[in-house]
Design a protein around this ligand. Structure first.
Ligand code: NAD
Length: 429
């Protein structure tokens, strides 16, 4: 493992599974496959820029609180940095650094000209009013004003953020530079240059990957039993699209609990129920209650963890009954659990492939913004589907040629493209 100067900065993450160490392990495996030069590997193992800012916020009751915000820019050898902005209490610099690195490989894997970045603020959005969240977002954006921009680093939504936060970021940036700059963020509302299809894009990409994986086994989506952990931007959209395609979504969960119906849940009704029920699926009429732990162990064809990292670990991996695990979230399967699944012959479709639909449509949004030509949803979905299907088959081919698991194949493709670009550009100065 290549040592990282990030390591001394913080104590290990709460689950004692360091996400940055995990990310480096996957990079190391790919580097081995590629016989990567040690110097090149050292460069790719470190983020290029790490920014931590204090965010003082005046709460509605007059008190002042100071939050910690981060933005990590991993590697911009292929193009501007790109990555989501996460609002969650467990956000740490190590986690953000790991996610920034994942973004670099993901963009390279699907062939879009971006480098990886990620941002986040350690907070529980549910504890703040909308006005407080707006002040927090605007101050965070202002602190990062010199580090972001359409040609520098383009944030997008992630856990705990949505088009609303992107609109605040776009407005704050635009006010600071003196003119409207829609291209500074993606995942923004359509009224200010957002792309049609962006909201469902990550979930749509997940559905496409599930469809391709089932087709590889001679099956269609119709009747496939699917379990989904997480019912937000990604899990919610994947559930809707898989249900529309005829799959039986038998269980879903969110942070408050889960619901199960062996005959398949009525996903549109569940979606409407969850929205009315403070974004909770708990208590959905006609379904049985399940905990998140029980949900991961349900019998199904496809298990889709679409919430947070480290959900399938060495503690619960033996309970997983699915034949296919699709990582819609980033890093939901730990390194040890990944090996255990591989040994049992369970197919794991890795995050950098499975959830790339979001960044692909973010890229299409950026392209539309730069060209001032806006496409209909059909075109956006088609362009995304082409890139996703192509990436899926390249990963399968690479896996067969190298006789390695899909994750190693995906990393080898992503890391290989970045390493090649770095070698071609040369090390400055
Ligand atoms: P979100 O905040 O919209 O939704 C997260 C969902 O997970 C919510 O339903 C929440 O209640 C649930 N959840 C939280 N903690 C949970 C727990 N302990 N157990 C079960 N459910 C829990 O977030 P999102 O944007 O859907 O992101 C989900 C994952 O997908 C993250 O790993 C994110 O990095 C990744 N991702 C998101 C995008 C995107 O476009 N939004 C793109 C690529 C990857």
């Amino acid at each position: 493992m290549v040592s990282s100067s990030l390591r001394p900065l913080e104590a290990p993450s709460p689950a004692h599974i360091c996400p940055f160490d995990q990310a480096c392990s996957y990079l190391d495996q790919a580097a081995k496959e590629l016989h990567l030069d040690r110097g090149l590997l050292a460069v790719l193992s470190h983020p290029r820029k790490v920014v931590t800012v204090s965010i003082p916020v005046k709460l509605d009751n007059g008190e002042v609180e100071v939050l910690a915000g981060h933005r990590v820019q991993h590697c911009d050898v292929l193009g501007p940095y790109k990555g989501g902005t996460r609002y969650h209490p467990d956000v740490t610099l190590r986690e953000v650094s790991a996610l920034a690195m994942l973004m670099t490989w993901k963009c390279a894997l699907v062939g879009i000209p971006y480098g990886g970045a990620k941002g986040g603020i350690a907070l529980d959005p549910a504890r703040y009013t909308v006005v407080e969240l707006e002040r927090i977002t605007r101050r965070y954006t202002t602190e990062l004003i010199k580090d972001i921009g359409p040609a520098i680093d383009i944030p997008a939504p992630d856990v705990g953020t949505s088009a609303r936060e992107m609109a605040w970021m776009m407005d704050t940036y635009s006010m600071n530079v003196g003119h409207a700059v829609p291209g500074v963020v993606t995942g923004k509302p359509i009224s200010i240059g957002g792309s049609r299809g962006r909201e469902m894009a990550t979930g749509r990409g997940v559905m496409i990957i599930v469809r391709e994986a089932m087709a590889e086994r001679g099956r269609s989506l119709a009747g496939a039993k699917v379990v989904i952990q997480g019912f937000g931007n990604v899990g919610g959209a994947a559930a809707v699209l898989l249900h529309e395609a005829g799959a039986k979504v038998v269980a879903v969960s969110d942070a408050t609990g889960g619901v199960f119906d062996p005959e398949g849940l009525d996903i549109p009704a569940l979606k409407a129920y969850s929205l009315q029920n403070h974004r909770s699926v708990v208590g959905f009429p006609g379904a049985k209650a399940v905990t998140n732990a029980e949900l991961l162990a349900l019998p199904c064809d496809v298990l889709i963890p679409a919430a947070l990292e480290n959900q399938i670990t060495e503690e619960n991996v033996h309970e997983v009954q699915a034949q296919i695990v699709v990582e819609a979230a980033n890093g939901p399967v730990t390194l040890v659990a990944d090996r255990a699944l591989e040994n049992r012959g369970v197919t794991v479709l890795p995050d950098i492939l499975a959830n790339a639909g979001g960044v692909v449509v973010s890229y299409l949004e950026w392209v539309q913004g730069l060209s001032y030509v806006f496409w209909d949803e059909e075109r956006v979905n088609k362009e995304m589907e082409n890139l996703m299907v192509h990436a899926y088959h390249r990963v399968i081919q690479e896996s067969k040629e190298r006789q390695v698991p899909l994750r190693v194949a995906a990393y080898t493709l992503g890391v290989g493209r970045v390493a090649q670009a770095l070698a071609d550009r040369g090390l400055y100065p």
